[in-house]
Design a protein around this ligand. Structure first.
Ligand SMILES: C[S@@+](CC[C@H](N)C(=O)[O-])C[C@H]1O[C@@H](n2cnc3c(N)ncnc32)[C@H](O)[C@@H]1O
Length: 257
């Protein structure tokens, strides 16, 4: 194996920072199916940072989907390799995934520190390593994990885009714009689909203001209904949600070029 692919970046992380994407993952039908069907339920957490909190948390939550899941935390910084425990181990590695073939890769707050034109090569490198049917979740969030955005990919490319935020500390959907993944953050300008989506979400959210007497979650459910009625095919979730979540197929946000 050659040198890990990528560069060492800031190691900022925090306890429970990635809870919203973990919650989404454990309920996602495709993720659940891929984990259930895998002969080797191997999951990689790429770039876990200065401390491995989020890797242990991911393992804990995914064990509820499949009890024998194995999680490997990979870090490009050799000084950050943590001590392994049963079911959760740590190694040095980069976008080549240290030669592993996982069914699921989670990489959060890693590509945001790279230039925009590095994203597609990094995605390709990880996609090439996936086990059959494998998935990647690549995203970004703020320091406390209150505002998050992520992309779900398979071997062929991005499938969906998701925004998730704390109902009580975020004023409007477009407040997440500063936390968009690298593939989209520079595209939040007129003429780009992500910009149109955020504008539409803000407008629908404003229209649903009267529903806020029932709380921000009820207002967000009404907002999703309104968006769907106006022809924007956002996913609607039947289960009760703690977070405000907007998921849509990738083609609704894909960059123009
Ligand atoms: C900001 S921390 C993110 C920590 C954690 N994922 C989180 O969201 O809280 C980014 C980490 O990714 C690591 N990193 C950057 N590029 C990487 C790569 N290509 N492969 C593995 N780790 C990488 C950095 O060394 C750093 O520790």
């Amino acid at each position: 194996m050659g040198a890990p692919v990528g560069s060492i970046t800031r190691g900022t992380t925090g306890v429970n920072r990635l809870r919203r994407s973990d919650r989404w993952l454990v309920h996602h039908p495709l993720v659940r199916q891929v984990l259930h069907d895998a002969s080797d339920p191997l999951v990689v957490d790429l770039g876990y940072g200065a401390r491995p909190f989020t890797t242990f948390e991911l393992a804990h939550r995914l064990r509820k989907v499949r009890h024998d899941v194995r999680v490997v935390g990979l870090e490009i910084d050799p000084a950050r390799i943590a001590e392994s425990e049963p079911g959760v181990s740590f190694m040095r590695g980069g976008f080549e995934l240290a030669g592993l073939n996982p069914v699921l890769v989670r990489t959060f707050n890693v590509l945001r520190q790279y230039p925009e034109d590095a994203v597609s090569a990094a995605w390709r490198r990880m996609q090439d390593q996936l086990a059959p049917g494998g998935l990647i979740i690549e995203g970004t969030c703020d320091e406390l994990g209150r505002r998050c955005a992520w992309i779900l990919l398979d071997k062929t490319g991005p499938l969906t885009f998701t925004l998730a935020w704390d109902p009580f500390t975020t004023e409007r959907p477009s407040d997440i714009a500063e936390r968009l993944p690298k593939a989209l953050i520079h595209r939040n300008v007129p003429g780009e689909r992500i910009h149109d989506l955020l504008q539409s979400a803000d407008r629908a959210w404003a229209t649903c203001a009267p529903v806020s007497t029932f709380g921000p979650r009820a207002r967000w459910r009404a907002t999703l209904d309104l968006l769907a009625e106006t022809g924007i095919p956002v996913q609607r979730y039947r289960r009760r949600m703690r977070d405000c979540v907007l998921t849509i197929n990738w083609e609704w946000v894909a960059p123009a070029d």
